[in-house]
Design a binder for this molecule. Structure first.
Ligand code: NDP
Ligand code: MG
Length: 388
């Protein structure tokens, strides 16, 4: 029996992970599940899988969680320290699927215990890539990418020498506003930005797909995880979301990963790695699909891609600044305090204001990343207030 924990179990990735586990119940012993506000889901899953411990991130939600788990024998806990404690319990495989910066410390705790970390939380690599890789190495832990593009790159590299890869192309659907006239983008609403043409995901990553802040994170993630240089990493618009990434080798060959837009593929690959098992995903009929469409991204529509290049060049804490700035700008957009296209202007301004602080912060540790994150959010809030 493999011991499994899922951080962010109530979210889109967490639920897809549980869907796969549910299909082979006898193979897995689910140790810990964590969630946030969705106590009903967390309690229902904790009961169903008979877990050791269920944790909500929010202390004020603990009474509800306790009540929902009464009589089940499942421990209930809440708060940041409880998340770390749950993530530290011995497990063979841990899914890191909390959204945002909040996912970093719990994922690190699992790595420190030597678990295989299936990493969906891209913010961890963006803000603390070197720390994550060094911890995994020191503790004999393994990180397996779950973001679909990175799973695709990982799969395209199986059996290859990465030193012979000369470029990586990650694809982007183009998001909700791919075909909108540019002049309409400033008026885009939260609900318009929250619908994705191909993927069914959490709200925040869906809006980040429309702005391509998501793709910007993925460029940085590619650099951090695989060690490619910024120049080697490209983005290609591919409206159908069937080709997830391509790796180009020194002999001119391109290895493409093609599959349906269903996160259970990448999650299942990480779950069963290094083997492949049956997965309940659609089988593509390429003759029915007929053709695959690609085009270059327009930086006027997706200025976040330009910012990603700056972050990759700068290195150090620039990723933590960028991530915090875009997370906070998104909070303000969702709350109606700033416009869709204004998010990039705000992130650019915050990056400039924060650059000297980020540089002075020194080595990447959980503490320095948390400090940079905190200062950047304050900076963003001040910017939003001054424009109000
Ligand atoms: P969701 O918003 O659907 O789920 C997020 C999870 O994190 C939920 O369990 C949520 O709890 C929990 N959570 C929210 N805030 C906190 C917090 N402050 N502390 C602890 N837990 C918290 O996100 P997704 O599943 O879409 O994404 C998860 C991660 O995976 C993100 O980093 C995303 O970028 C990445 N990813 C997602 C993909 C997708 O297809 N969805 C694809 C590739 C990467 P609750 O809902 O109970 O409040
Ligand atoms: Mg992705």
């Amino acid at each position: 029996m493999r011991r499994i924990s899922i951080l962010g179990a109530t979210g889109s990735i967490g639920q897809n992970t549980l869907d796969l586990i549910r299909r082979a119940r006898g193979d897995y012993d689910v140790v810990a599940l964590t969630g946030g506000r969705n106590i009903a889901q967390l309690a229902a899953d904790a009961r169903e899988f008979g877990v050791e411990v269920a944790v909500t991130a929010h202390e004020d939600a603990l009474p509800d969680l306790r009540a929902a788990l009464d009589g089940t024998g499942v421990e209930a806990a809440a708060g940041a320290a409880a998340l770390i404690e749950a993530a530290s319990r011995p497990a063979d495989w841990t899914m890191s699927a909390i959204v945002g910066h909040a996912g970093l410390a719990p994922g690190m705790a699992a790595l420190r215990e030597g678990a295989t970390l299936a990493l969906a939380n891209k913010e961890s690599l963006v803000t603390a890539g070197p720390l994550l890789l060094a911890t995994a190495k020191a503790r004999g832990a393994r990180i397996l990418p779950v973001d679909s593009e990175h799973s695709a790159v990982f799969q395209a590299l199986v059996g290859e020498d990465i030193a012979e890869a000369e470029r990586v192309i990650i694809t982007a659907s183009g998001g909700a506003f791919r075909d909108w006239p540019l002049e309409d983008l400033p008026g885009a609403t939260v609900s318009q930005a929250s619908s994705h043409p191909n993927w069914d995901m959490g709200q925040r990553i869906t809006i980040d797909s429309a702005s391509m802040f998501n793709k910007a994170l993925e460029l940085i993630e590619t650099k951090e995880f695989f060690g490619f240089t910024p120049r080697q990493i490209e983005v290609l618009i591919h409206p159908q979301s069937l080709v997830h990434a391509l790796v180009g080798f020194r002999d001119g060959a391109l290895m493409a990963h093609i599959g349906p837009p269903d996160m259970r593929h990448a999650i299942g690959y990480a779950l069963h790695w290094p083997t492949r098992r049956d997965l309940p995903v659609e089988r593509l009929d390429l003759a029915a699909i007929g053709s695959l469409e690609f085009r270059a991204p327009d930086l006027r529509r997706y200025p976040a891609l330009g910012l990603a290049q700056e972050v990759m060049q700068a290195g150090g804490h620039a990723g933590a600044v960028f991530n915090a700035a875009k997370e906070r700008a998104l909070d303000h957009f969702i709350a109606g305090r700033t416009g869709f296209t204004e998010m990039t202007a705000h992130v650019t301004e915050a990056m400039q204001a924060m650059a000297p602080h980020a540089e002075a912060m020194g080595d990447i540790t959980l503490e320095t990343v948390a400090e940079v994150d905190h200062l950047t959010r304050k900076q963003m809030d001040a910017q939003i207030r001054s424009r109000a």
